[in-house]
Design a protein around this ligand. Structure first.
Ligand code: ZN
Length: 498
């Protein structure tokens, strides 16, 4: 094929791949939000078949040849070049996996995910355990087809955050352990902040009404998105004009649903602001988990927990729940949504203890894939680590090893990106604050100005640049976790007067 024929063939390939993606993501959305419980296993098996087909199409030798021929063209336009190079990198290991094993792995994960939901609801790890062990075994098998690496886990880490290895994460988490573990002990010993009013009764229907206030404040376009409820909140970007979010409402924890919604709106804002030319292109799928999480955490923590954010939004919340909040001044409310206290559930953890939840999962995953752990005691080891790092022990499976969806989906290597992305966000915030008066914009409901900054610096490029390139482009320097540590120590020293 000549150059133009190759480019045409690639465009056709991208259209086909994005069609598969659309079908699978729509099914995923349906299974997680509205489909009846009993129909899920049937749908999950068919989804596995579709994924297998998409996989087989991707690693078809004809396609691989087309990709390699394109990559060899010197004067290829930069967008196609990036897209092709990214695909070839992602396919380097995948193409070695036998398609039937891939399909079987996908189906096993879908079933495991279904059983996990049930096990969590019934607070019964024993129900989920054999499925988890099967997913671990198949994950090891899956990556065993890839070229050899000293650390099997490095393949998983790289799948979620390009170019990150165990060595890089070890350095990052060592810093967290060294600086935060002793500091958290001081916070625990300090005078505690009253959060009791956040745990009174909050009608979920009224909580949903408040989400309209938040969505309109953030200028989330409901003509290009929607909000639904799921067990584990997530964002589903089908195209730049269809980016949906889910949330959950906890009757006795009003902050949980709000912050979770803001978090997902951070993901949605990122996807909704891609340059339209990337719609349907592989570049749109190449935003790494770390960069994605930096955008959700930036909105949730660095903006959504600030007093300036709540100046225009708090009155609407008070108006919905006067019996709970009318006697609570804004400053007390803001202090309460920032309060730190070691807790068992990662998704509801405060900003300061959050990275320790991730550290625990990182250490567990690393040990699992180094074969350094007795798999029949995973739930106990989980509990031991909570005791070691946070001084508390889960009193049930649901608040321990069953709490997260990730392992049931075979998403090993994903967790570390949550802490990493939060640390990226600290560095992005520093750059944003040097360009914008962030607090005044928030207090005056000028969110679009902040969104424009994020679009110009980060979102418009989707996955065109690697995380390392993005950090340098936006902040002028390589990733520096010290900004994150400094931010946490400064914020919580002030909050707790220590
Ligand atoms: Zn997220």
């Amino acid at each position: 094929m000549n150059k133009q024929e190759l480019i045409d063939a690639y465009e056709e390939f991208e259209m086909k791949y994005s069609a598969y993606y659309l079908a699978m993501a729509t099914m995923e959305w349906d299974i997680s939000t509205t489909s009846p419980k009993n129909g899920k296993p049937y749908a999950a098996m068919r989804m596995g078949v579709l994924q297998g087909e998409a996989f087989a199409a991707m690693i078809d030798p004809k396609n691989l040849k087309m990709l390699n021929d394109l990559a060899a063209i010197e004067d290829l336009d930069s967008l196609t070049k990036r897209s092709v190079t990214a695909r070839l990198k992602d396919l380097a290991g995948m193409q070695l996996v036998p398609p039937d094993r891939y399909t079987y792995f996908e189906q096993t994960k879908h079933l495991a995910n279904h059983i996990w939901e049930q096990a969590k609801a019934e607070n019964n790890y024993k129900l989920f355990e054999p499925h988890l062990l099967k997913v671990i075994e198949l994950t090891k098998e899956y990556y065993s087809y890839y070229p050899k690496k000293d650390e099997l886990y490095d393949w998983m880490l790289d799948d979620y955050e390009r170019d990150m290895t165990t060595k890089d994460y070890d350095a990052f988490f060592d810093l967290i352990k060294e600086k935060l573990v002793p500091f958290i002990k001081k916070v625990v010993a300090a005078k505690q902040i009253d959060t009791s009013f956040l745990h009174k009764e909050y009608d979920p229907i009224k909580q949903r009404q408040f989400m309209d206030t938040i969505m309109s404040y953030i200028h989330y376009n409901l003509d290009a998105g929607m909000i639904a409820v799921s067990v584990h909140p997530f964002t589903c970007g089908l195209s730049i004009n269809d980016v949906r979010i889910t949330t959950r409402y906890n009757t006795h924890d009003v902050a949980s649903g709000i912050l979770s919604t803001i978090h997902e709106l951070g993901h949605a804002t990122c996807m909704g602001q891609f340059d339209p030319k990337y719609d349907g292109s592989y570049i749109a799928h190449c935003v790494t988990s770390g960069i994605h999480e930096s955008q959700s955490r930036l909105l949730e923590n660095y903006l959504g927990r600030s007093k300036s954010f709540w100046i225009p939004n708090y009155p609407a919340l008070q108006a919905l729940f006067p019996e709970n909040l009318n006697s609570v001044p804004l400053d007390d409310f803001v202090a309460a949504i920032n309060a730190s206290m070691p807790s068992l559930i990662r998704t509801e953890a405060d900003e300061l203890t959050y990275p320790l939840h991730i550290l625990i999962r990182y250490e567990l995953e690393k040990a699992i894939f180094r074969d350094q752990v007795d798999l029949s005691k995973l739930d106990q080891i989980w509990a031991d680590k909570y005791e070691e790092y946070l001084g508390i022990r889960p009193d049930s499976d649901a608040t321990g090893i069953l709490q997260d969806v990730h392992w049931s989906q075979g998403s090993f290597g994903y967790f570390p990106t949550y802490a990493l992305g939060t640390a990226y966000a600290a560095q992005f915030m520093k750059a944003m604050r040097s360009d914008l008066d962030v607090d005044s914009l928030l207090a005056n409901s000028q969110m679009p100005v902040i969104k424009d900054w994020l679009k110009e610096k980060i979102h418009q490029y989707a996955g065109l640049y690697t995380p390392k390139e993005t950090l340098v482009r936006v902040t002028g320097e390589a990733f520096n976790p010290q900004y994150y540590i400094d931010y946490l120590l400064d914020k919580f020293s002030k909050l707790y007067h220590i």
